[in-house]
Ligand binder design. Sequence first.
Ligand SMILES: [Zn+2]
Length: 370
Amino acid sequence: MSAISLEEYLSTVKIGPRQYHNKAGILSQTGGFCKTLNAKRVVISGGVKARKSVASALHSSLEKAGIPYVEYEFVGESSIENIEALNALIDSFNADLVIGVGGGKSIDTAKNSADRHNMPIITIPTVAGTCSCSSPLSIEYTNEGIYSRDYYPANNPNIVLVDPELLIHSPIVYLKSGILDSLSKWYEGHESIKGSSNADMFDKMALGISDYLFEQIMEKAEDAILANKAGKINEAFTDILNQIFFVTGVIQALGVKAVRNGIAHSVHNGLTVLPESHHLTHGEKVGYGILVQLLLREGESDTYKEYLSLCKKIDYSPLMEAMGLHIQQLEIHKIAEKVVSDPLMKRKPFDAIKSEDFEKIIKRIENVQG
Ligand SMILES: [Zn+2]
């Protein structure tokens, strides 16, 4: 096991994946990429649908390169049970490389297992929901989908393969989710760096990059969503994929000390206590967390209004009620308790925020009395 501690994680400067490719048809070169990593036996890990969507290009490329492979059927959460089952397959097949295919939870599981084996990983995102394919972080959940902890792999993924032809046909909810999750880096970064005692030049670089990401998303998100709806790649779509997969991963990697997840992601983690929230994507919950953060920290400011207008443009409504969750006082109390139990909420500058503060804001958003 080569996971590193939080302290080591914070003191190690990482940038992004060693290689990043965004090109139609790139999966047909996977076998060659495996060879550059000296791989001889490979485990492909991903859900049934995700593996099916890449099967013909991926399998024929590996076969052409003479690399034997087996597949792990990922179902459910990035949980210890999934990680251990994948570990067992890696061991029994004597694999020396993992290919993680799918969305955030599936890729997080693959990154986790690869790190525990000290072996390289190639990631192939089949939905644009998060930056998991290039980030140096794997999040563990219980089998029930409740957030349990962050796991810090020693390295970023080695090679990321993005095929826009594949992603243009993926469900729009994931692109929306990826846009919101990426945007959270800007909102959270500017908030968390303020009270941080250990921000350094790398964090400042991450914050600068997050400004660029913010501009790009505000300018291009709507066109990217329209492209996804029409199933036709345009420049905005390609650019937004790069923002979600690469730029966000770089911000995450460079800004670990002070430009890091803050309130919005803690609210996301809080929401996971509700079983009914598990059908929502990561970004839908993070998008809600951005709204909570903005109201908590600055009220109905111009930034808040600008955020709501972006939400409208991408057809996202940051309201639990609109996402099909009818939450009442008791649930709000549970969410708020979970939010403040988050390790990041216990650090400066968030440690003074109380669970009652969250309760108040969520009640206000959802219009719950009492
Ligand atoms: Zn996230």
